[in-house]
Design a protein around this ligand. Sequence first.
Ligand code: HEM
Ligand SMILES: [Cu+2]
Length: 569
Amino acid sequence: MTTTTLNPAALTEPGAASRTCDTTGLRVCLTGQQFIKLNAVVGIVFLLLGGIAAILLALTRWQAVHLLPVDWFYRILTFHGLNMLIFWILFFEIAILYFACTIPLNCRLFSRGVAWVSFGMMLVGALMTDYIILKGQADVLMTSYLPLLAHPLFYLGIILMAVGTLIGVFNFFGTLYIAKKNRTYEGSMPLVTFGALAAAIIAVLTLLHGAIVMIPTFTASMGWTAQPDPIWYRMIWWGLGHQSQQVNVCAMVTVWYLIGFLATGAKPVNETICRGAFVLYILFINLASAHHLLVDPGVGVTWKIWNTSYAMYLAVLASMIHAFTVPASIEIAMREKGYVRGLFGWVGALPWRNPAFSAVVISLLIFGFIGGITGVTLGTQQINIIAHNTLRITGHFHATVVGGTTLAFMGLAYYVIPLLFRRDFIARPLARIQPWLFGGGILLVSIGMSFAGSLGVARRSYDIEPAGIYGPTTHLFLGIMGVGAILAVIGLFLFVALCVGTLFLGKSNKGRAMEDWGVAVAAPGVKPGAIDIHWAMKGTIALTFIFLACFAVYYFANWSALADVWYVR
Ligand code: HEM
Ligand SMILES: [Cu+2]
């Protein structure tokens, strides 16, 4: 059994100003709290910038609308990719890391100075990059593949961002060190911190790749050194670009466990297996970077197939374990509360009015069913050739990083703001629909992109009309993407408005518990723990078989589509 007990004396050491949370009774380090707030708020501002760019892009790719002129399309595409995937996600992840190493461990943040340096470098780097993109001197897209060359400030901004994040991760490790040294807790590390630790370890590897690739590119852009080899650049860049997605997945899964626990009291079915799954991420995820190089001439076929069709599945296995244990643990918690009827009798009694909870459920379903199934399929070496560089790819990763990670992070904010800013949310009915609006919108975006891509529409392409080969079905799917984008962006703006509005106008909850979003309660007349439950995960197991059936259909349909490419009579 894995248990943790906190040592209440730990935060009383000199220099560790803290308070007791009025809702959870946990001790909160005030420095930690300050930097969780700062990083989360700045992250949300970058999410807003990325969201403005998102709607401009979607209304341009929707060929019937075709909003932006050509130069601004590529400029805004560069801007969107970086503000969303790098700035929003990394700032929010640093907030999650600072949370996971302080509050659940009853520990103070390692260093306020280090936190300021990290935050300052990240902010200056992000602003520098945004400035030079909007000035029109870095139209190289997020990946900035050589031999395209941007203004040196573009690379310098990204380097500052990466090194600043690395310094923040160092603060996380420093905090774990003092937690151990001061014995702020006994027993094993809580699962939330363990997941964050896995994310932090992968982040170090990721950001080192970033430094290795960006520093020589920066010096080349200054004219100091020769330009690095483009194939080398792509290989190392994806060590950054892909692995950082696993940081996201680890952080997202951690949020799933945390909110599942807060909203329903769910405890992991088997902690050892959950922890083992996080270790699989650390060991195998870098190999999966190879799926970005599947049409590159520089690496061999055996290397491609080994890395993407064998070793990668060990990381996929980890995601499948988490996507199983989270709903399974929720199902068990619900059955123990007395909702034992049938396969899905417990679903109706879930706390659907809790926006953090609904965000997590939608995140899990979109990530698993759309992101996971398309990801494994597109990452298969043979199938990739019919999907490479089409909108199918964009359709896939908007299901993972947007429907999955971003939505889970939004869900977390519904607790972070009341607990750490100590203000209750304004406009609570709007907060309750926000995850559905954003999740539903992004589902349409993902489906629209995927099907338009299947019909041959390229990603990163300003104009598909001159080709003259796309029929009404293609335009219909681009329209579905456009309508989905409008819904998703309204959901995004609503989220930002609710958060910012709450910071200024929300009712203070100092001295009392936060206003509850709603948690699962026991069925009438049921004494918790008194219920005998058989086959307590059968609903989740049924769901797993539905998932596997969807996967099989999609996977083999793609092999069939591949076979159609060379028609044999
Ligand atoms: C709010 C809803 C969003 C909408 C409607 C949206 C829409 C789009 C569109 C239309 C494209 C251009 C596709 C192309 O022409 O190739 C795009 C690209 C992209 N989006 Fe989003 N997006 C949204 C949110 C996000 C978020 C939250 C993230 C990351 C966390 C993200 C990451 C990306 C990336 C990495 C690209 C590719 C950039 C490139 O090709 O260089 N998006 N998005
Ligand atoms: Cu990848």
